[in-house]
Design a protein around this ligand. Structure first.
Ligand SMILES: [Zn+2]
Length: 431
């Protein structure tokens, strides 16, 4: 395989304590050398990264790729194309497909398909319960052996405290995270947008913060009681951030993530974007947006995850109450992170790289063990190169995802991925 040289960039790799202008030479899928002034003659292909950041490949631990069963909205191939265009070299696929990924043969089929496609690395997340129905645990050991890296009933919460306790007990023995979508259905049922003035103005039922806060509190109690490994998906409320912060201080094994739309927009975005600003959990109040931004700044929130949720137009072009929940996110995550957090100095560039690569790989031990989320000699050559100062306008119609359901169409961002390298091969390059 050809030798690839990334030259002249500023390498930031939090796990390796690295922030320096160095060159990176890749060979046979691995990083062969990281050093100053590696001569171009030692490579077959060179990427000029002058003025750019060279980061460990981004890792998205929360995406919905819809295959099998939802190919009208996304396929593994279009999803992985969108991922590498957004700088993600690895992506974890949620199991709420049709059928649900609740058996080893489903997990293996996904991995076989992804291997044939190439592009980014796919890591399946398997269901906690059969059909994510909340009744009986799936066979964790068999699913892990087939290649699953975590368990979640995402789209819904793990239905009962009893089942969550069982799952967390198993997670401790297997050292694998249980990723929970925290929502108390008795509070959220029938809800369309955040509870409050926006829901009232629209005349639709609201989803209260308490729906999420109750779920997070339940899970933290169970994580503490079992010693299990808990990861909270897409936190959106000030209360969720507060509970996770306190739990971490108390030594509970809990991590959490936030999506770019939740640290960027409030529920008022629904007035302008309609169903393209409808997701679950919903966009919240200014106070909640500020709380998740503080959680990112102080390390309470471990990772930025996209919750990429593509939907074909037919599922979104309905009344607000009937439209599907979810927005796409793979191609806008870096632009939003830099434009909304780094450039306004809410977090540093170092933190941004950690939130997009190093930390998500740590949340799922299997990814960290594979060497993801860092840049080290001998490690996998999964690298994202981005220009933090490049200004561009996102056009959903030109995106790689099969779906266009985003509130960020036409937004101007400062910061863009210029090259994505997976296993030493260029999977995306901005032309
Ligand atoms: Zn969810």
């Amino acid at each position: 395989m050809a030798l690839l040289l990334i030259k002249g960039g500023r390498i930031i790799s939090p796990e390796d304590g690295l922030d320096a202008h160095l060159d990176v030479l890749c060979e046979r899928g691995r990083i062969r050398q990281i050093a100053a002034e590696i001569p171009m003659s030692s490579a077959d292909e060179t990427i000029d990264a002058t003025g750019q950041i060279v980061s460990p490949g981004f890792v998205d631990i929360h995406a919905h790729l819809r295959e099998p069963g939802g190919e009208a909205s996304e396929t593994l191939e279009t999803g992985l194309r969108a991922a590498v265009a957004g700088g993600f070299t690895a992506l974890c696929a949620m199991p709420n497909t049709c059928p649900v990924n609740d058996r080893p043969e489903h997990t293996r089929a996904l991995l076989d398909r992804a291997a044939r496609i190439g592009l980014g690395r796919l890591y399946p997340i398997a269901a906690v319960s059969f059909e994510s129905g909340g009744e009986a645990l799936t066979n964790f050991s068999e699913l892990l052996a087939a290649g699953a890296v975590a368990f979640s009933d995402d789209g819904k919460p793990v239905k009962t405290a009893a089942l969550m306790r069982q799952a967390l007990q198993a997670s401790r023995e297997l050292d694998v995270p249980i990723i929970d979508h925290c929502e108390d259905a008795s509070l959220s049922a029938g809800g369309v947008v955040n509870e409050g003035p926006v829901a009232e103005a629209l005349g639709v039922r609201g989803i209260p913060n308490a729906s999420e806060d109750v779920g997070v509190a339940r899970d933290v109690v169970l994580a503490e009681a079992t010693g299990g490994r808990l990861h909270i998906a897409h936190v959106s409320t000030a209360g969720a951030v507060r509970t996770v912060r306190a739990a971490k201080r108390g030594g509970v094994r809990v991590t959490c993530e936030v999506t770019p739309h939740h640290f960027t927009l409030t529920d008022e975005a629904v007035f302008e974007h309609g169903a393209n600003a409808k997701m679950n959990p919903p966009l919240r109040s200014v106070r909640d947006v500020e709380a998740v931004q503080s959680g990112l700044a102080d390390g309470t929130i471990d990772a930025i995850a996209t919750d990429h949720a593509p939907h074909a137009a037919s599922l979104k072009e309905r009344s607000l109450s009937e439209a599907a929940f979810g927005v796409t996110g793979l191609e806008t995550a870096l632009g939003l992170t830099l434009t909304r957090l780094v450039h306004p100095r809410k977090i540093s560039l170092w933190q941004a790289v950690a939130l997009l690569s190093t930390n998500p790989a740590r949340v799922i031990p299997q990814l960290a063990r594979a060497g993801l989320g860092r840049l080290q000699t001998g490690g996998p050559a999964d690298i994202t190169v981005f220009d933090p100062r490049l200004t561009w306008t996102y056009r959903a119609a030109e995106g790689r995802s099969k779906s266009r359901n985003t509130p960020f169409d036409g937004w101007e961002f400062t910061g863009r991925v210029t090259a994505t390298i997976v296993g030493g091969c260029v999977a995306y390059r901005r032309c």
